[in-house]
Ligand binder design. Structure first.
Ligand code: NAG
Ligand code: NAG
Ligand code: NAG
Ligand code: NAG
Ligand code: NAG
Ligand code: NAG
Ligand code: NAG
Ligand code: NAG
Ligand code: NAG
Ligand code: NAG
Ligand code: NAG
Length: 463
């Protein structure tokens, strides 16, 4: 059975109380290439609290979030403080309050014509030009930062608009996007993450999937419902398969967001937590028993007193992450065609070929067309060789981040400190370096942020 289970690529805002009072709006062209004369209001933010004469512009590229990012939750505030930088961000068009055609009531009828990679890049280019109109910043170096999809954009901006973006720090982004063209997959990576921690726990997690099925075949679904505190009882093999897929994709997400603070789960380091709980119990279902209560809010925020697997199975992933799904999936169906759902044979997870995203259902049959790898290379310079040849570029990937599997290469080692550099961070989850420091951060992550500060100083010619 194929089950659509949607991946999330968001930097998670941890602070519920963020001061957004100083965000502003400016008129932005709906189309930068003359196909529409309309404008819309695009949200942005300029934080000059840290700015010192001669400091760089640190530009945070907005991504798929449903509201403008809270920069005080991000390490960028720390980088600005360390380098006298002007901290700025724009909200991505079609997201949050930057909607060209008003609220998105229906993905089928909304006008998506101007949600293109070139329009998104031009928004950022014109925003930097707008900031530089202030003579204080005209000669400042501009460094673009982005994570995940935003890291893809940061890389694209450095590749295609290097005259505007003097440097880029991109984290947790994929090189290869189209699952159909590209066999590497993220479940191999998560399989390694768990096997590396404990072979015993990995074997037990593997066994959990067949154990789950046994509860159904031996008529014990009522017992299962009580044991896992499920909101509704699974009735048939399809229901069990949904539960099984939520568990597999949930483990993938727990690894992706294996942060030192509670994020998609309500515990720190949720992957270690699951492994620990699995080792401490002789119950063959232990991993799943540990998983359901900590993951409940990720399947249904509104139903925290039981595990609402039925909601999680049908509606993709709600909950933590703050991703605005309509526009995000439009990008996934057009120019960010990422797939991370394939599960090959010989891992601890049940093998499953990824289902295609339901682009036709969401946007209308034939309405969306994916860019191929070849077009990305030819028209947007998005190739390993061109990224390797960039100067003033660092890409970061972390041990727990499944997206590490989607950039399985290193850049050539060169003597120049300006050469593109890949930095692998032990103990880091998805985009962890972009998140503000927290007390349980591993040393390697603290070091990575310090390395980024050294690069910002070098690229900005600061001492
Ligand atoms: C900025 O750096 C100074 C000096 O290291 C430190 O005392 C201060 O707390 C920092 N402020 C912020 C907001 O990080
Ligand atoms: C979308 O819904 C809002 C109310 O929620 C309404 O004011 C608006 O007119 C609708 N827009 C379209 C294009 O249907
Ligand atoms: C230029 O930026 C500085 C620092 O943010 C600000 O104080 C000044 O008012 C700005 N000038 C103009 C003309 O906007
Ligand atoms: C399985 O049971 C669910 C109720 O839990 C029901 O909605 C669904 O139609 C059933 N599927 C099949 C294939 O019988
Ligand atoms: C997992 O167990 C180890 C060893 O008992 C312990 O040091 C660690 O803190 C535990 N981690 C979590 C996240 O529970
Ligand atoms: C996580 O939250 C669930 C639901 O509120 C709760 O049942 C569970 O005990 C919590 N787990 C931990 C480890 O705090
Ligand atoms: C997982 O379990 C299955 C049997 O259910 C076995 O065939 C497979 O080899 C196991 N995978 C790993 C990685 O141990
Ligand atoms: C996935 O597709 C490949 C190639 O068509 C096939 O060899 C493999 O058996 C399929 N795996 C599953 C689990 O369906
Ligand atoms: C990127 O591609 C464009 C053509 O689309 C080309 O003009 C430009 O020089 C390329 N930039 C780099 C850095 O290769
Ligand atoms: C990358 O740099 C090498 C060495 O300078 C050069 O030979 C090669 O043509 C460059 N590749 C691209 C795609 O620009
Ligand atoms: C690590 C790995 O399997 N890398 C492969 C991913 O897919 C690309 C494209 O097919 C191969 O070139 C890599 O070797």
């Amino acid at each position: 059975m194929k089950l659509l289970f949607l991946a999330m690529f968001s930097n998670i805002g941890f602070s519920l109380q963020c001061d957004y009072s100083d965000t502003q709006f400016r008129e932005q062209k709906v189309d930068h290439f003359g196909k529409s004369m309309k404008t819309f209001k695009q949200q942005y933010q300029i934080i000059d609290d840290f700015y010192k004469s001669g400091g760089p512009i640190l530009f945070y590229q907005g991504a798929e979030n449903d509201r403008i990012s809270c920069l005080s939750d991000y390490s960028l505030a720390h980088y600005a403080n360390e380098t006298g930088g002007l901290l700025v961000q724009i909200e991505h068009r079609y997201f949050g309050d930057s909607l060209p055609f008003g609220p998105i009531n229906s993905t089928l009828t909304y006008n998506w014509d101007y949600l293109t990679l070139n329009n998104v890049m031009m928004d950022s280019v014109e925003f930097v030009q707008f900031i530089k109109k202030n003579s204080t910043f005209t000669n400042a170096k501009t460094i673009v930062f982005g994570g995940s999809y935003g890291g893809y954009l940061a890389t694209m901006l450095r590749l295609n608009h290097g005259g505007i973006f003097d440097g880029a720090v991109a984290t947790g982004f994929p090189l290869y996007l189209n699952g159909a063209d590209f066999p590497n997959n993220t479940y191999n990576d998560v399989n390694n993450v768990i096997q590396d921690m404990s072979k015993t726990a990995a074997d037990r997690i593997n066994g959990t999937f067949s154990e789950l099925l046994k509860y159904y075949t031996s008529g014990r679904t009522h017992e299962l419902t009580t044991k896992l505190n499920l909101c509704t009882e699974p009735r048939n093999a399809t229901d069990i398969a949904i539960l099984s897929t939520i568990f597999a994709s949930g483990l993938q997400r727990l690894s992706q967001f294996n942060f030192p603070m509670a994020a998609v789960a309500n515990v720190s380091f949720p992957i270690q937590y699951i492994v620990n709980q699995t080792l401490h119990s002789s119950d063959p279902l232990a991993a799943l028993v540990a998983f359901t209560p900590i993951y409940a809010k990720s399947v249904n925020m509104a139903q925290l007193n039981c595990f609402d697997w039925a909601a999680g199975g049908s509606a993709g992933v709600g909950g933590a992450g703050g991703v605005q799904e309509g526009p995000y999936f439009h990008m996934v169906c057009t120019y960010f065609p990422i797939s991370m759902d394939n599960t090959p044979e010989n891992t601890i997870f049940p093998a499953e070929n990824a289902s295609q995203y339901a682009c036709g259902t969401m946007f209308g049959p034939g309405k969306t067309k994916m860019l191929t790898q070849v077009v990305l290379e030819q028209e947007y310079n998005y190739s390993l060789e061109k990224i390797s040849n960039l100067t003033n570029f660092i890409g970061l990937w972390g041990q727990y981040d499944p997206l590490t599997a989607l950039f399985p290469y290193d850049f050539p080692l060169k003597s120049s400190r300006r050469a593109a550099r890949k930095i692998f961070v032990s103990g880091m989850a998805h985009t962890g370096d972009m998140i503000a420091q927290s007390p349980l951060d591993p040393d390697a992550l603290i070091q990575a942020r310090s390395t980024i500060v050294q690069y910002i100083k070098d690229w900005s010619a600061l001492s």
